[in-house]
Ligand binder design. Structure first.
Ligand code: NAD
Ligand SMILES: O=C[C@H](O)CS(=O)(=O)O
Length: 485
């Protein structure tokens, strides 16, 4: 088993957090490092029974938590975020070991994840309602905002901490309780987060983290009527299936699903800025982010210069295990991810694409794939139709702005999109024409706790982060009072 060299070894948990109790369970699941297959730790293989225990504990705990003042709830969230930053290095080492991202990226994610707890610590005291102008002189109308109740959350492996705090932050700020099923690939980060939440003063039952087989746990989280809201971050296919099941008990549902981001470079773009933006957007987390540039759509006049400059930068990216020293890119999460990247490259080449750099798995073990640039990619290649979720940049050529927008919008996804131009009218015109939840203009990095994150079309519903992020965890209650006229 790996020695993570943690300053606080207790952060590496081998038990799940069920209703305020650390539960070991009969069987366990090994968590392995994608860089070399070494065992990082073990977590309990829990199921329906333990999920019901968490839910039984959540019912009274949530009622009590909702009676705490917003200021009181905010103080616990703020302390939780502070403890995350106090343990930033340990949390980053656990994350890199189980997910693979370079240590510098993992440190960044710890800070990004903590920023949601800090943000929603403040939102907790700003939950306000309305007093409306009545329709009759003998009536008074109020609108209250109340916590939805018990929340179930299912989260992915690619951002093992941030995708949890982006939900737990607003949920606890609103006065909800939350039961989280993290990805079976990265449960150790989630359990370390729960350990710090307990230390921060999150009451027993308000937070549970259940590890184990997805289906039996998910059946309770999507089917039990005591759960008022279900929030999912993950692939579009799984999200659709789970959301459908939630409708049997008409739960509130928010979905953060897959993307297929266009990255449009116009002739008038700043070439260096566009190349750096493409590196930041395409190759962060080895291309395994939902907002990665998935199609680089480049105008003819700048195409060759952009392709050459991008390929030169990509060829210089250092690939290696995240805990073995500085690197720009770690392994992909598993062999299936490597195969998907390989298939997308093969399809693009079969359709006339030319590999300028990379194009294949890196020899020598682990699930490393060389950062890749391919030119001459047709807009209907697999690379453009599917979310690659790997370090492969395919360049599509276009002539006119109308053509670029048509190519960009030709997908069922609608999460993130990007454009690089120095034409100030185009800066307004093109974002208005793009059918996406988010648009980056002259930047490849758009994610922040202060802005609403989310998609349209089949990329999901609801928003996470910003004051908008509270809406999914609050119900509106109208009160109509008869008073003497
Ligand atoms: N929009 C966003 O904010 C966002 C953020 C991160 C990742 N994603 C998307 O997530 C995907 C990658 O993450 P992934 O591979 O973990 O996705 P995934 O859908 O395979 O898994 C996501 C979660 O769902 C769980 N799950 C799978 N089947 C289940 C079932 N039957 N019942 C209950 N839970 C079940 C998994 O265990 C995991 O915890 C990509 O498509 C990416 O775009 C989107
Ligand atoms: O993968 C999706 C995440 O939301 C990525 S980000 O760090 O929020 O951009």
């Amino acid at each position: 088993m790996m020695d993570l060299k943690l300053a606080e070894p207790a952060l590496l948990r081998d038990a799940a957090f069920v209703g305020g109790v650390w539960v070991a369970g009969a069987a366990s699941i090994a968590v392995t490092n994608p860089a070399d297959g070494e065992v990082v730790g073990h977590v309990p293989d829990l199921g329906e029974a333990e999920t019901l225990l968490a839910l039984d504990a959540a019912v009274p705990a949530q009622a009590a938590w909702a009676r705490v003042t917003g200021k009181g709830r905010g103080a616990v969230l703020r302390r939780w975020g502070e403890l995350m930053m106090d343990h930033q290095e340990d949390l980053a080492r656990i994350m890199t070991a189980e997910q693979g991202k370079p240590l510098a990226e993992a440190r960044g994610e710890v800070a990004y994840a903590a920023s949601f707890l800090e943000w929603f610590a403040d939102e907790a005291r700003r939950i306000t309602g309305d007093v409306l102008t009545p329709h009759q002189t003998d009536r008074r109308i109020l609108v209250r905002k109340e916590p939805v109740g018990i929340v179930a959350a299912v989260t992915p492996w690619n951002f093992p901490l941030a995708m949890i705090t982006r939900k737990a932050g607003p949920a606890l700020a609103a006065g909800c309780a939350i039961i989280i099923k993290p990805s079976e690939l990265t449960p150790l980060s989630a359990l370390a987060l729960a350990y710090l939440g307990e230390q921060a003063g999150v009451p027993a039952g308000v937070l549970s983290v259940i590890t184990g087989q997805a289906a039996p746990i998910g059946n309770v989280l999507t089917g039990d009527k005591r759960i008022a809201k279900f929030t999912f971050t993950g692939s579009t296919g799984v999200g659709k299936k789970l959301a459908a099941r939630c409708m049997e008990t008409v739960k509130r549902v928010s979905l953060e699903l897959g993307g297929n981001a266009p990255f449009i470079v116009f002739d008038d773009a700043d070439l260096d800025a566009a190349v750096e933006g493409a590196i930041a957007s395409k190759f962060r987390n080895a291309g395994q982010t939902c907002v990665c540039a998935n199609r680089l759509i480049v105008q003819s006049g700048i195409y060759d210069a952009f392709a050459a400059a991008l390929a030169a930068r990509v060829a210089g990216l250092k690939v290696g295990p995240g805990l073995a020293g500085p690197s720009d890119q770690g392994p992909l999460i598993d062999a299936r991810a490597v195969e998907k990247a390989r298939a997308h490259v093969a399809d693009a080449v079969a359709r006339g694409g030319r590999v300028l750099t990379g194009g294949a798995p890196v020899a020598g073990g682990g699930t490393f794939f060389a950062p890749t640039v391919i030119t001459g990619v047709p807009a209907d290649a697999l690379l453009c139709r599917e979310e690659t979720f790997g370090p492969v940049a395919g360049l599509v050529r276009f002539e006119t702005e109308e053509e670029a927008i048509a190519i960009a919008n030709d997908t069922d996804a609608g999460l993130a999109s990007y454009l690089f131009t120095r034409d100030y009218e185009r800066v307004w015109r093109v974002p208005e024409a793009l059918r996406y939840g988010m648009v980056g203009v002259n930047t490849g990095l758009i994610s922040t706790e202060v802005a609403p994150f989310g998609g349209v079309k089949e990329s999901g519903m609801g928003r996470e982060g910003s004051h908008y992020g509270m809406d999914d965890y609050l119900n509106l209650k109208m009160v109509c009072l008869a008073v003497a006229g």
